[in-house]
Design a protein around this ligand. Structure first.
Ligand SMILES: Cc1ncc(C[n+]2csc(CCOP(=O)(O)OP(=O)(O)O)c2C)c(N)n1
Length: 686
C-alpha cells in the first residue's frame, strides 16, 4: 500500500472513531474495517460530483449497513459534500445532519435511509432496475445519457435478512450487471461471531442466484480490491458481489475482531491505543492531514468535469433527438404534464357495480397513457390485482428468450418493459420500489393482496420516512375475500397502515372514488400512498343525486344528507361499506330519522383539512355517530366519539363465500340499522 493510501484510509478510520467517541454512542468497528474498500471505491471509481449530489447520471452508492454511518459521513465530508467537519463533531446530536443512521433528504449525498438491515440492499436493486429502464427508453447509439453503476456496501446482517435474498434473486434473474455490492465480510455481528448463526457459503448462494462473485482475502489490500471492482464493472451481465474479508475494529489492540467493536465507542484509553497502534497522532481529535484531504477533494474538479461532459452529451442528444430530450426533461421534472389526468374515465351510476380493483386497472391505464414514467407490477398477483399496464411490455433482461414464457402481459420484452414481474417477493418489491423512487425519473407502483402488505411493512415504513413518491395498490381488502378464509382476509391491516406516519391510506367507496384516489396518489409527491381496493363488486354511486367523488380529496365528505339542517345521526363508512350506510339512511328516512352519510376514504387527508371543514362534516354537537368498516375497530372512537357505535371486526375471519362471511359478521345494512337503533334508544334512555 502506498503511504498516501494508508494515510487516507486511516483518516476515515480515525474520523469515525472520534465521531463515535465524542458522541459516546455509535458503531466504530464497521468503518474501521471497511475503510479501505470505501476509499478505493470513492476515490478510484465512484462517478459523483460532491457539489451537485443530484446530478442524474451519478453513480449511486448505498451504505446498506447503515449502522456504519460514521464511514459515510467521513466520506461525504472528505470528498467535499456540503457536510462540514463541525457536523461530524455533532454526530448523533439534536439537529445535526449526522444522525445515528443515514437519512436521505437530511444529509446531502445520502442516497437512501438505511439502518434496518437488508433494506438498502433492496433499494440498490431498485436503483439498478431504474437505470436500465431509463437507459432503454432514452439512450440511442452514440448517445448514452443514462449510464451509471449502482454500488453498495453490505454486511453480514444485510445478507442474513430475507429482503436481501428476495432482491438478490430478482437482480440475478434480471441480469443487472451494473449492480456492484461490496460485502464487508468481517465474520462478526452485533452479538458475537457470525459463525454463531451464519455458516452457509454466501458466495455460492449468490452464484446460484446468478451473481458474479469474487473473493478478496485481505480487506486492506487496496490493489486487489481495485482489481475486483474493475472486474465487476467489466461484467455487464451478472450483478456482482465482492466478498472482502475485513476485520471489525481494525487497528484497535483490544477490540479488533470482537463484537465489542460493533456498536459501542472504543473508550478513551482504547482510542489512544488504537491511534498509537496505527501511527496516528493522539491529538488533536478529528485530525485530517492536508495531504489526505487534498487527495479526497480532487473528487470536486473530477466530478465537475464528468458532469460537464455529461451535460455536453445531453446537449448534442437534444439536437439529435429533440422529442426525446423534451420527454427526458418531463421525466426528470416534478411538474406533471398538462392534462395528464384527462383520460381518466367517469363511471356511470350502476347499482350492480364494479369491483374497485377493476376500476383501478382502468384508471391506472388511462393515466399511464400520458405518464410513461409510471412503472411497476405485482408480487405475482397481477391478474388478481388488475395492475397490468396494457401493451407496455415486460421488464426482463433482453435477448434471452423470455418471450417464449407464458405471461399475462402483452408488449415488448426487455428493459423497456414497464411491467415488472416481482415474483412472490413482497418485501423485496417494497425495497425495490423505494430504490426506483430514490433513483428519480420514475413513478413506481407495486401491488399485492392487502393481507400481504404485512410482508412489505418495513419497506413501506422507510418509504414514508424518506417521503418517497411510491404508490401501493392493495386489493382483496376485507373479509369479503371469502373462500380463501382467515389467512387471506385482512382485519388489522387498515388500522396498522394508518399508524405509519406520512403514509396516505385511501380506501375508495366506488369506481369514481378510485379515480380520485389515483389523482391524489399521482400528485402526492411528498410521501407514499396506499390505495386499498375490493375484490368484490360495489355499486357505482349516483353522483347526479349525491355529492361528487372529488370530495375524496378532503379525506371525508358529506356524501348524502337526508334533509337540510342538523342531522340526528351521522353514519361514517369507508370503501365497500359506504353503500351499506346509504341503504340504512333510506330506511331511517322512512322512520323519520335524519341521517347524514359521510364517506371517509382517508383519515390522513381528512386530518390535513382546516378545523372548520372537519367540523362541518362532523359537527361536534351531533354526538350520535356510527362508523362501519370491515376491519379492526381500533382508532374509530376518534371520529365516533366515546358514545358512538363502531361496527368492525376484532377477530379473524372465516372461510366461506364472501357474502356469507360479511353477513355472519354483521356487515349488512340491516345490522347497521339495528346498531343505530340501539344507539338512539340508549340516548333516549339517558
Ligand atoms: C432489521 C434489523 N435487525 C436488527 C438490527 C440491529 N443490528 C444492527 S447491526 C446488526 C448486526 C451487525 O452485524 P453486521 O451486519 O455483520 O455488522 P458489523 O458487526 O460487521 O458492523 C444488528 C443485528 C438492525 N439494524 N436491523
Amino acid at each position: 500500500m502506498k503511504n498516501l493510501d494508508e494515510l487516507c484510509i486511516n483518516t476515515i478510520r480515525m474520523l469515525s472513531v472520534d465521531m463515535v467517541q465524542q458522541a459516546n454512542s455509535g458503531h466504530p468497528g464497521m468503518p474501521m474495517g471497511a475503510a479501505p474498500m470505501a476509499y478505493v471505491l470513492w476515490t478510484e471509481f465512484l462517478k459523483h460530483h460532491p457539489k451537485n449530489p443530484k446530478w442524474p447520471d451519478r453513480d449511486r452508492f448505498v451504505l446498506s449497513a447503515g449502522h456504519g454511518s460514521a464511514l459515510l459521513y467521513s466520506l461525504l465530508y472528505l470528498t467535499g459534500y456540503d457536510l462540514p467537519i463541525e457536523e461530524l463533531k455533532r454526530f448523533r446530536q439534536w439537529g445535526s445532519r449526522t444522525p445515528g443512521h443515514p437519512e436521505h433528504g437530511l444529509t446531502p449525498g445520502v442516497e437512501s435511509t438505511t439502518g434496518p438491515l437488508g433494506q438498502g440492499f433492496g433499494n440498490g436493486v431498485g436503483m439498478a432496475i431504474a437505470e436500465r429502464f431509463l437507459a432503454a427508453r432514452f439512450n440511442r447509439p452514440g448517445h448514452e445519457i443514462v449510464n451509471h453503476y449502482t454500488y453498495a456496501i453490505v454486511s453480514d446482517g444485510d445478507l442474513m435478512e430475507g429482503v436481501a435474498s428476495e432482491a438478490a434473486s430478482l437482480a440475478g434473474h434480471l441480469r443487472l450487471g451494473k449492480l456492484i455490492y461490496l460485502y464487508d465480510n468481517n465474520a462478526i455481528t452485533l452479538a458475537g461471531e457470525a459463525k454463531l448463526t451464519f455458516t452457509e457459503d454466501v458466495g455460492k448462494r449468490f452464484e446460484a442466484y446468478g451473481w458474479h462473485v469474487q473473493r478478496v482475502d485481505d480487506g486492506n489490500d487496496v490493489e486487489t480490491i481495485s482489481k475486483a471492482i474493475l472486474a465487476a464493472r467489466n461484467e455487464m451481465v451478472r450483478p456482482s458481489l465482492i466478498s472482502i474479508r475485513t476485520h471489525i475494529g481494525y487497528g484497535s489492540p483490544r477490540k479488533q475482531d470482537t463484537f465489542e467493536a460493533h456498536g459501542s465507542p472504543l473508550g478513551p484509553d482504547e482510542v489512544v491505543a488504537t491511534k498509537k497502534n496505527l501511527g496516528w497522532p493522539v491529538e488533536p481529535t478529528f485530525y485530517v492531514p492536508e495531504e489526505a484531504l487534498a487527495h479526497f477533494r480532487s473528487a470536486i474538479p473530477k466530478g465537475a468535469q464528468l458532469e460537464e461532459k455529461w451535460k455536453a452529451g445531453l446537449g448534442s442528444y437534444g439536437k439529435a433527438f429533440p422529442e426525446l430530450r423534451k420527454e427526458w426533461n418531463q421525466w426528470m421534472s416534478t411538474v406533471l404534464p398538462e392534462g395528464w389526468d384527462k383520460d381518466i374515465p367517469v363511471f356511470p351510476p350502476d347499482p350492480k357495480g364494479i369491483a374497485t380493483r377493476a376500476a383501478g386497472g382502468q384508471v391506472m391505464n388511462a393515466i399511464a397513457s400520458r405518464l410513461n414514467f409510471l412503472i411497476g407490477g405485482s408480487a405475482d398477483l397481477n391478474p388478481s390485482t388488475n395492475t397490468a399496464l396494457k401493451g407496455r411490455g415486460n421488464y426482463q433482461a433482453p435477448g434471452i428468450g423470455h418471450e417464449t414464457l407464458q405471461g399475462a402481459i402483452s408488449g415488448p420484452w426487455g428493459y423497456e418493459g414497464a411491467n415488472i414481474a416481482f415474483g412472490v417477493r413482497e418485501h423485496g418489491m417494497g425495497g425495490i420500489l423505494s430504490g426506483m423512487a430514490l433513483h428519480g425519473g420514475l413513478l413506481p407502483y407495486g401491488s399485492t393482496f392487502f393481507v400481504f402488505s404485512d410482508y412489505m411493512r418495513p419497506a413501506i415504513r422507510l418509504a414514508a420516512l424518506m417521503k418517497l413518491h411510491v404508490i401501493y395498490i392493495f386489493t382483496h381488502d376485507s373479509l369479503a375475500v371469502g373462500e380463501d378464509g382467515p389467512t387471506h382476509q385482512p382485519v388489522e391491516q387498515l388500522f396498522s397502515l394508518r399508524a405509519i406516519p406520512g403514509l396516505t391510506v385511501i380506501r375508495p367507496a366506488d369506481a369514481n372514488e378510485v379515480a380520485e384516489a389515483w389523482r391524489i396518489a399521482v400528485e402526492n409527491e411528498n410521501g407514499p400512498t396506499a390505495i386499498i381496493l375490493t375484490r368484490q363488486n360495489v355499486p357505482v354511486i349516483d353522483r347526479g343525486k349525491l355529492s361528487p367523488a372529488a370530495g375524496l380529496r378532503k379525506g371525508a365528505y358529506i356524501l348524502s344528507d337526508s334533509s337540510p339542517g342538523k342531522p340526528d345521526v351521522i353514519l361514517i363508512a369507508t370503501g365497500s361499506e359506504v353503500h351499506l350506510v346509504l341503504e340504512a339512511q333510506e330506511k331511517l328516512r322512512a322512520e323519520g330519522v335524519k341521517a347524514r352519510v359521510v364517506s371517509m376514504p382517508s383519515w390522513e387527508l381528512f386530518e390535513q383539512q382546516p378545523e372548520a371543514y372537519r367540523q362541518e362534516v362532523l359537527p361536534p354537537d351531533v354526538t350520535q355517530r356510527v362508523s362501519i368498516e370491515a376491519g379492526a375497530t381500533l382508532g374509530w372512537h376518534r371520529y365516533t366519539g366515546k358514545d358512538g357505535e363502531i361496527i368492525g371486526i376484532d377477530h379473524f375471519g372465516a372461510s366461506a363465500p364472501g357474502s356469507v362471511v360479511l353477513k355472519e359478521f354483521g356487515f349488512t345494512s340491516g345490522n347497521v340499522l339495528n346498531r343505530i337503533k340501539i344507539l338512539l334508544a340508549r340516548k333516549k334512555g339517558r
